[in-house]
Ligand binder design. Structure first.
Ligand SMILES: NC(=O)C1=CN([C@@H]2O[C@H](COP(=O)(O)OP(=O)(O)OC[C@H]3O[C@@H](n4cnc5c(N)ncnc54)[C@H](OP(=O)(O)O)[C@@H]3O)[C@@H](O)[C@H]2O)[C@H](O)CC1
Ligand code: K
Length: 497
């Protein structure tokens, strides 16, 4: 599923209209039909439609025509109708020709009339602003939005909830809180922001007749991860395969007093299918792994040549969980970057020690995946967490491009990017928000890398499967722990093949 800003929509619109010769009114009609599909015509009888003067309003007026044709009762309201966009005007004229009354909202009495109508209605269709919203919502617009939010039983927003920036996820003063948003052609970037769901409700994408090649021509390669995409990439294990076919993961994790993280990462690597897994750690952590992950091998972390030789042989290395922020950890990171040409998954304290030393990443012999949460990303980039949260995709992309790494920026809608192509993950849930989850993900991704998946595929499959596993467990559990994921990840990956 493609993700974009409004700018792309304008470009594909322009191309379709000017180069392909599709009249803009046809695109509007398709948009309206896409919305009508979601208006529950079988169950609902009375609709309130509210429209602005741009093309979003035009879509809403075309929707009105279809509702009337379907025999529904419809009250139509407009706000600030003059001057209307050309296609909004066409649909406005058609309704006038049909004898449909359109109440223009210009004062407080009109607002009260709107309130009464909404109270009696089953569904409100919001076509006040779409991607053309540019400034703070004020006056009657502000009042109308408040009344809709206070009184509507079910609000369906056309393209974006009015008041919401499809580009940045900002709310311009006041905003519709929709039950569902029917957006066109692409998932809007702003919907990815924390808290956007409160305004968009469920988001559905409808195609409006623009050929895929036109979208691809302008699309900046940002995608929402879809199950079928992950399924296509996840391979079944071959009948005649042996452990040598599934690679060797080295996990460098754990320190005195912090042994849990290394056990989790190691076990996650084993359970997600690596042929061999070796933990490199302190004596305490090795003891824990001996007790809890008998399948794994282990080696004491020291300065020996033996460890560096092994680093040169393994297919992937996960480094960071529970290592502690110390010089020793920094030295371990340097050793890994220098000695392996396998894929390196850098997490937790291995990220923290790179604060101010990110140029080290450029020296890596192998491919690098870093898996920061927003706090770690903030430390790494020297930005505030708030800044990271406000533009996660762009910040992750820039970092990936600058250092030649893959960034897995964790959180709600985890982002996976190599700077050129970016994926946004829809799986996972709040029940998974507890310690050890990240260590577990690191083990899974490193394991998939060792099994021969490309670093980008391993990151996408790992993140998606980790979240889906958490979603399944959370169906019958209040909290999902890393141990729950470890117990179920093998089944989840199998279901994805
Ligand atoms: N390819 C597609 O996806 C298609 C989408 N369609 C629909 O078109 C809208 C975008 O339409 P557009 O006309 O560009 O913009 P809007 O309808 O969102 O609104 C623009 C008008 O709103 C005024 N405006 C903007 N901000 C405010 C504000 N805060 N207060 C009051 N008025 C505001 C703006 O006025 P200006 O003076 O700033 O120009 C405009 O009058 C898209 O979202 C889809 O719903 C097409 O139907 C088909 C193709
Ligand atoms: K809208």
């Amino acid at each position: 599923m493609k993700v974009s800003k409004g700018e792309l929509i304008r470009e594909i619109d322009k191309y379709s209209i000017e180069k392909l010769g599709i009249p803009s009114i046809i695109l509007m009609e398709n948009a309206a039909l896409g919305v009508v599909k979601h208006l529950m015509l079988n169950e609902k009888e009375y609709y309130v439609v509210i429209c602005g003067r741009g093309n979003n309003g035009g879509d809403a007026l075309a929707v009105t025509r279809h509702l009337i044709a379907a025999g529904k009762k419809v009250s139509v309201f407009s706000i600030g109708l003059n001057p209307m966009s050309k296609d909004c005007g066409v649909n406005h004229d058609i309704l006038c020709n049909m004898g449909v009354k359109i109440t223009n909202i210009s004062n407080v009495e009109d607002i009260e009339f709107l309130r009464d109508s909404i109270i009696r209605s089953d569904v409100v269709v919001d076509g006040i602003f779409g991607i053309g919203l540019k400034r703070e919502v004020r006056g009657v617009y502000d009042l109308a939005i408040t009344v809709i939010n206070e009184t509507s039983k079910k609000t369906i927003s056309i393209d974006v909830p009015s008041g919401f920036s499809g580009d940045t996820g900002e709310v311009f003063g006041n905003c519709i809180k929709a039950s569902k948003t029917i957006t066109f052609e692409t998932y809007k970037r702003g919907f990815l922001n924390y808290g956007s769901h409160e305004y968009t409700g469920e988001v559905v994408i409808e195609k409006i007749g623009i050929p895929d090649f036109v979208v691809d021509k302008y699309h900046n390669k940002e995608f929402f991860l879809e199950r079928k995409f992950i399924q296509k990439k996840t391979k079944e294990r071959a009948l005649y395969s042996h452990k040598g076919n599934y690679g060797h993961v080295m996990v460098i994790a754990g320190s005195e007093g912090m042994t849990g993280a290394s056990t989790i990462a190691t076990k996650a690597a084993v359970k997600s299918g690596a042929g061999l897994t070796t933990l490199i750690s302190c004596e305490d952590a090795l003891q824990a792994v001996r007790n809890f992950v008998p399948e794994a091998m282990w080696k004491k972390n020291d300065d020996s040549q033996g460890i560096e030789t092994l680093m040169g042989k393994v297919n992937s290395i996960a480094i960071g969980p529970g290592l502690g922020k110390s010089n020793e950890t920094l030295n371990n990171v340097k050793r890994v970057l220098k000695n392996t040409d396998g894929t390196i998954v850098i997490d937790a304290d291995a990220i923290n020690v790179l604060e101010g030393k990110t140029n080290l990443l450029k020296e890596a012999k192998g491919n690098v995946i870093i898996t920061p949460h927003p706090g770690e990303m903030a430390r790494l980039t020297g930005m505030e967490i708030k800044k990271i949260q406000s533009d996660r995709i762009e910040i992750a992309k820039e970092f990936a491009r600058e250092y030649g790494v893959i960034v897995v920026l964790k959180g709600y809608n985890t982002i996976i990017t190599n700077g050129e192509v970016s994926y946004i993950n829809p799986t996972g849930n709040g029940a998974m928000a507890n310690g050890g989850m990240g260590d577990c993900l690191t083990g899974i991704i490193a394991s998939l890398c060792a099994q021969g998946y490309s670093p980008m595929d391993a990151s996408c499959i790992g993140v998606y499967a980790h979240g889906e596993c958490g979603d399944k467990v959370s169906e019958h559990k209040f909290v999902v722990t890393a141990t729950d994921i470890i117990d179920n990840i093998s089944k989840t990956i199998k279901e994805l093949t």
